[in-house]
Design a protein around this ligand. Structure first.
Ligand code: UDP
Length: 234
């Protein structure tokens, strides 16, 4: 039984790259498409935000003007969404790509009402291009779109299986939370999403489920409230 009517799925750019870390790994995206298809078949409306780190990160390119570097990053997220939407379509999932800036005829301009109407008709909407502004991240883009479309939850599919009290790759004593409040995440400065995004979620009462993308059926489990990860409540 699905717990949610409408969700915003956030995938990092690296998630698309699979083991190789950069570029696209079609099988990984196809695996996500299969799970999202299962969500749509259960009448869950799905919006998706994908990062760009498999191609480019604005803040990593310090010789370049940051605004320009971030524009390249935003375009990387558009490429990722165009790729993923095409993989979804070939797997029988209807998909549309919206951006907050014009990309000619390749994407639709972001429009909340149109996005809601598409989702009502079982189309998965990719919100590409982040917020459309430099100095932000796709975490903030995901939080913003989730709030705008009135999502019940953000599904944060990561390369780690939840929220820990320390970095489990560095500290063998690190323990995972099953549940934690977003206020505590912020207070303890735990690495779930960046602070701007977290504050937007806190102010707008947007909870999130954090889990490991590559666990089998991880996205489906997250909407059944059987997540193998951490639920961040408000
Ligand atoms: N970006 C931006 N504004 C946004 C979203 C993304 O400028 O609203 C740029 C920024 O340069 C970022 C890149 O796009 O580094 C890729 O986005 P993502 O959030 O994946 O970056 P990461 O968290 O991997 O650095």
């Amino acid at each position: 039984m699905a717990k949610y009517n409408r969700v915003l799925l956030k995938l990092s750019g690296e998630a698309l790259a699979g083991e190789q870390g950069t570029g696209f790994h079609e099988e990984t995206v196809a695996q996500v498409a299969g799970q999202v298809k299962a969500l749509v078949e259960r009448n869950v409306q799905v919006g998706i935000v994908i990062g760009g780190g498999n191609f480019w990160r604005g803040r990593s390119n310090q010789q370049m003007d940051r605004s320009r570097a971030d524009q390249i990053g935003m375009l990387a997220t558009v490429m990722n969404s165009l790729f993923a939407a095409e993989v979804f379509r070939t797997r029988g999932v209807k998909a549309a790509v919206m951006t907050p800036f014009s990309v000619g005829t390749m994407t639709k301009p972001f429009d909340r009402e149109e996005a809601l109407a598409l989702m009502e008709e079982d189309t998965v909407v990719f919100f590409a291009g982040g917020t459309g502004h430099p100095f932000f991240s796709t975490d903030t883009g995901a939080a913003l779109r989730a709030v705008e479309i009135g999502a019940d939850v953000i599904l944060l599919a990561k390369n780690i299986d939840g929220v820990y009290d320390a970095d489990p790759r560095k500290d063998p004593e690190a323990t995972r939370f099953d549940r934690i409040s977003l206020a505590e995440v912020l207070q303890r400065n735990l690495q779930v999403m960046d602070q701007a995004a977290a504050i937007l979620c806190l102010e707008n009462k947007m909870p999130m489920s954090v889990f490991y993308l590559n666990d089998p059926d991880s996205i489906v489990h997250a909407i059944e409230d059987k997540i193998n990860g951490t639920f961040v409540y408000i």
